[in-house]
Design a protein around this ligand. Structure first.
Ligand code: SF4
Length: 274
């Protein structure tokens, strides 16, 4: 079996989502050469065939275009998960780069600006990814790469659980829509418990949207079925709220580090079955 790995290449983000669990130790990002070394390490393992660039907001990694080009040239299938707000900025996301991606994943928790601001899914000036900008972004990506798959991620909290986003699925031809119940994350002063949606609120959101995408995937729990590398190049174990470091892909072979990870193969296989 080969795997998709999630490289959280930067923790920088222009948004401040109140539920965000992309909180790793506060170190500077790795250099481009260090990430190239990790990509070589993944390739040499023969265990990884797909890379998902995540963050933070991945386009804020300073050498993002060069890193994408390198991973593409090594033969990996590429995807990205982005908040979308900077993807129309050609300095951060040169449009020709869309051609290198198999899948464009966009986080869309709401199309109501008030909800997005309440969630913190906005920049410091409270600018949000409006429905129009989302639609423009998808059109641009498809104009450059007609076969790109568009995937949405929606995190369900008690702020958006009652909302209706069906227009997004009806109008924008979404290939896959992941609906995730917000994961509780408590770390030092950070506590997202006040935003937690109940199981019935989550189920209600999923059933309301199940008819509008070709593939709706409700995800209650990702524990140990998501291969996550932080912005220091370390494989993390997400079994507990405080992620544990399994090992560094800068200093050890991926195969050895992955061997030590009590990975939930069955859940992973079921998540990616479709
Ligand atoms: S856009 Fe993503 S990385 Fe940025 S704050 Fe929100 S959840 Fe965190």
């Amino acid at each position: 079996m080969t795997y998709k790995i999630n490289l959280h290449i930067t923790q920088k983000c222009n948004y401040a989502c109140k539920y965000c669990f992309a909180h790793f130790d506060n170190h500077d990002d790795l250099t481009l050469d260090q990430w190239k070394h990790i990509i070589d390490n993944l390739k040499a393992s023969g265990l990884v065939d797909a890379i998902n660039f995540a963050g933070g907001e991945p386009v804020l990694y300073r050498d993002f275009p060069a890193l994408v080009n390198y991973a593409y040239d090594q033969g990996f299938k590429l995807s990205i998960i982005t908040n979308g707000s900077l993807m129309l900025n050609p300095k951060l996301m040169p449009p020709e780069l869309f051609a290198k991606f198999d899948t464009l994943g966009i986080s869309v928790d709401s199309i109501n600006p008030k909800t997005l601001v309440a969630l913190g899914a906005c920049n410091k000036s409270h600018e949000v990814l409006t429905y129009d900008k989302l639609s423009q972004l998808i059109s641009l990506a498809r104009s450059i790469n007609p076969s790109i798959r568009v995937k949405l991620n929606t995190v369900i909290t008690n702020l958006n659980a009652d909302e209706d986003l069906t227009i997004v699925g009806q109008e924008l031809d979404i290939a896959r829509w992941k609906m995730l119940r917000m994961k509780l994350f408590v770390h030092e002063e950070f506590n997202n418990a006040p935003l937690l949606a109940s199981q019935s609120e989550f189920d209600g959101f999923v059933s309301r949207h199940s008819a509008v995408s070709r593939d709706v995937v409700p995800e209650n729990d990702l524990t140990r079925s998501y291969i996550m590398v932080d912005n220091q190049g370390r494989l993390l174990d997400d079994e507990t709220e405080e992620y544990k470091v399994v090992g560094s892909l800068l200093t050890e072979d991926f195969t050895d580090v992955f061997d030590r990870y009590a990975f939930d193969e069955a859940t992973y296989a079921s998540r990616y079955a479709s």
